[in-house]
Ligand binder design. Structure first.
Ligand SMILES: [Zn+2]
Ligand SMILES: [Zn+2]
Length: 154
């Protein structure tokens, strides 16, 4: 059953997902500022095996995160909208940009990353857990591990 859908600005790239987001982040890192064109990017994490790209031509480029892991950032080849990203070395989850969601009300951020790089002119969200640097590995991995372990239950 489809739980969310989305795509790029011109409509060529379209996706559907049958699972609700596992985690929701705002990231203020320099790469996200460049990729998003402003002060931050906002992402929801979904399991990649529950996500289907229906149409369009996703282009990508890879950036090396401070953790040393490569993040693959994907955008529409026609309009350039940032649509999604994933870690090729850890491909269980796909990050979907909040702007690409058809129903943007789905986005309810829980965490903000890289507050040490946040632009001072942007007001701070009152309800997020704020981290000075990248994702707390325990937080991300523990959440994802719990999700995938729960699937094994009969
Ligand atoms: Zn497009
Ligand atoms: Zn970032």
């Amino acid at each position: 059953m489809k739980t969310l859908s989305g795509g790029c600005a011109c409509g060529e790239v379209r996706y559907e997902c049958t699972e609700k987001p596992l985690l929701q982040f705002i990231c203020h890192c320099r790469d996200c500022q460049h990729s998003g064109g402003s002060a931050f990017m906002a992402f929801v994490f979904v399991p990649r095996d529950r996500l289907t790209y229906l149409s369009g031509n996703l282009h990508h480029y890879d950036v090396s995160a401070e953790s040393g892991r490569l993040l693959r950032r994907q955008f529409c080849g026609s309009c350039g909208s940032p649509v999604s990203a994933h870690w090729p070395a850890a491909p269980l989850v796909e990050l979907l940009t909040s702007a690409s969601l058809d129903d943007q009300r789905l986005f309810t951020p829980t965490h903000e990353l890289w507050m040490s790089r946040a632009e001072p002119w942007h007001p701070v969200h009152p309800d997020t857990l704020k981290l000075p640097h990248g994702p707390d590995e325990q937080l991300v991995r523990a959440t994802l591990r719990a999700h995938f372990a729960a699937r094994q239950q009969p």
